[in-house]
Structures are given as structure tokens and as C-alpha cells.
Design a protein around this ligand. Sequence first.
Ligand code: ADQ
Length: 461
Amino acid sequence: MAKRSSFVVVANRLPVDRVTTEAGQEWRPSPGGLVTALHPVLAKQRGTWVGWAGGTGEAPEPFELEGIHLHPVPLDADDLERYYEGQSNATIWPLYHDAVETPVYRRRWRESYREVNARFATAVDKVAEQGATVWVQDYQLQLVPAMLRERRPDLRIGFFLHIPFPPIELFMQMPGRAEILRGLLGADLVGFQQRLAAQNFVRLARHLLGLRYQGNTIKVDDRTVKAGAFPISIDVEEMEKLAATASVQARAKQIRAELGDPETVVLGVDRLDYTKGIEQRFKAFRELLSEGRLSVPQAVMVQVATPSRERVEHYQTLRVRVEREVGRINGEFGRVGVPAVHYLHQSYSRTELAALYCAADVMMVTPLRDGMNLVAKEYIAARADAGGALVLSEFAGAATELRQAFLCNPYDPEAVKETMLRAITVAPSEAKRRIKVMQRHLRNHDVDRWARSFLDELGGA
Ligand code: ADQ
């Protein structure tokens, strides 16, 4: 019989990785903002996290790690291909990000998405005690709230979407759109990164299902569903402390030296994803070099592109395009021993990321659309010296909060170039002023506050 909890988090992935050590296989917590934020609540309430443990085949037995119950849900190879790579990452992901790549629609993927969502709902049903609070995370599990409500009307159900929620015209493309909307409406509280997304959602409820709403409260049968904006954040203190350690500071210096001590280090850190505007950033850098407004080795660019969703076609073609562009820039503007772009298709530790942030004069965050973008917030938190400058796309959720960044429209190449130059040439006193204002904002809006505000609202919903 599964252990029952009064607080359950449901996400596609469990916050753990299986690692092989000399002693055999063991589980390690995987670092991430979500688990950091939720760990205290989960530990205090003897909570359970329901999610996929990675790997295909039979799921491991439920186990405990650092005071949290972990309840694995199995996915087989077909689920992975259809529910995860297909419906989640080739249909919903591009559609919700302004269709910057054309979403692919397949009936079999949709069926698999439904089956897997039902499997998650069944798992939660098993572990949630009477009247428990359940918090469902993200676009892979949008049907879970309604499926759960049907099985368990006693539960208090929250849902948080980490990615944007599209305007009506775009959402209406989706085959099976009403099922998704009804799925979300199974929750008591549906949270988004931004106010606009919450508005898109309530308007859609009226447009598609004829539901009435007042403010952000939708009437569904005899219940009400609240929508709201809860901009996610990072563990600000952790990043501040990490970046201030002597070893990170030393490593930052070493990175600059290894880059040839250029005047300007421009940095990008993203999952290799077509929503992140990596190509737009390279184009701006290349044109500035070719117009002679920047030159190597005075300015160099470092682009960390974390491998991501490598079996999805959109991502395979993106990788080819990005790597071709890196080759082109280095071919034209690099010199022996001095590439213009240092391209790193690798994962890094938090420590190395912090050192990279500290080494960068200009951080380029130029997504075409992004729910929030935590890299932008991490960069600001890492700059204990209040040095550096952040170039930030207007289409990242973070732009709503980080108003002192150098904001730009990533679709406009001239705007990206001008903004990048402004960030490179900003007076140090002005740069410092901007960073400090943003740091103050972040200290008051960290990930812990995000989780608390959502759960408080859900408690009162
Ligand atoms: P992502 O699209 O993954 O998140 P982001 O918010 O930037 O984007 O978070 C990425 C995280 O991965 C950051 O914490 C970053 O430090 C880390 N990371 C990036 N490259 C790395 C590397 N090479 N090695 C190790 N770590 C790396 C989704 C949404 C966002 C939303 C978040 C949280 O798309 O809009 O901000 O969820 O809700």
C-alpha cells in the first residue's frame, strides 16, 4: 500500500537522477529551482513527489530521499516518443511559444498524452490522503487536473504552467483543444508566469466553452476556478553565495585569461532550443564584426548550449543551423588560437555556470518567447560586484520584472545589434546602478516567495 500524503507535487520528472557509483546505483537529488522551493514544504508535510524517474521499462519502487517520498511513474519507449517527444515537445511546446516552429499534430501522440496523463492521475489518487493539496506542474500534464477531480473531488488541486499560454487565435489551432482546456479547468487555481497569459486563459474559457468569468475567476458548473500570475524565480541567496566564493571568483578570472583577456566577453547560456533566439544573437554578433563595430580578439562570445530533446526533429535541424553559423563566424573572423565564438554543447555544474556569469561583461538573453527565463535572473544574482550588463528580450517573462536590463526585440536584427553595443559600451556607474536595482527586486522575489504565494492562494481558493 502506497504511503499517503497531505501534500503532493506532480511533475513530468522526479527531481532525482540515477547515478552509478562504486557501490552500485544510487539516487541523487538533481539540482533545480523547483525542488529547492518545494523541498521545505514537502519535508514538513511528509509530502510526495510523483513523476517519471527517467529510463524506460518498469518504474522503480517508491522510495525516500532527503525527507521526501518519491513515487515513480513508468514510461515505456512508445510513451517517450509519443507523449513526451511528440505531443509535449513537438506539438504543445512550439504552439505555446508563438508557433516559432510549426507545431506537428498527430492523433497517436494525442492518445498517448491522454493515456500517460491518466497514469499520473491514477498514481496521485493512490498517494493523496483525503482532502490533500495537489500541485500539478507544467505543459506535459494539462489533463491531470480534470482527471484527478473526477476521481477525487475531495482534493484541492493547483496547476502551474512554466511556459507561456498562447492567445486565443493560436490555441484554437490545437486539435483536441477543448479537452486540454477542460483538463486545466479541473484545478482550483491555475497559475501562469505572466498576467497576460492568465488573461489569455480566462478569455479562452469564454470563447471556447462559453464560460462566464469575473476578473480572473471562471465559473465552471457549480465551482469556481481562479487564474493568476505567479512569476517564478530562483534561489537568489544560493546563487549570491556561490558566486561570491573565492573558488568561483578565481575560476571566473581563469576563464577570462583562457579567453585571451579580451576587453569584452559576451555570454549566452541556454538549452539548445529554437525559442531561445540563439541564432538571432549570433547574427547580431557576426554583423557587428563584419561592419567593424566590434573586433576579435577585443570582443569574444561564449555560447553554452545545453543538449536538449535531441531526438525531436526541430532540435536536430536547429543544432545543424547553429553549428554551421558558429563555423561561419569563426571561419570569417577567428584567428589561429583566437576563435570569435566559443561554442560549448555541454552541461555544466552550478559552480562553473556561476563562474561563467561572473566572467561575462554582457549576458545575452534573447528568446523569441520564454515563460520566464531563469538564466537572466541567475546572471543578476551572481554579480556581487554589481558589474556586467544584461541584454534581455522583451518576449521573456523576466522582462516584466527586470526593467533595468537592456531590453530588445529579438526579431529586429538592428535592435539586437544596437542594444548589444549599448550594453558593451555602458558607463560602469550606469551599469552598476541598473544591476543593483534588479538585485534588490530579486532578493524580494525569490523562488521561495513564488511557491508560498501560489500555495497561499490555493489554500484560500
Ligand atoms: P527552460 O526553458 O529550461 O525552463 P530557463 O528558465 O532559462 O529555461 O532555465 C534553464 C535552467 O537550466 C537554468 O537554471 C540554467 O542555469 C540551467 N542551465 C542552462 N544551461 C545549462 C548547462 N549547460 N549546464 C547546467 N545547467 C544549465 C522552463 C521555461 C522557462 C522558465 C523555467 C522555469 O521554458 O521560461 O523560466 O521553465 O519555470
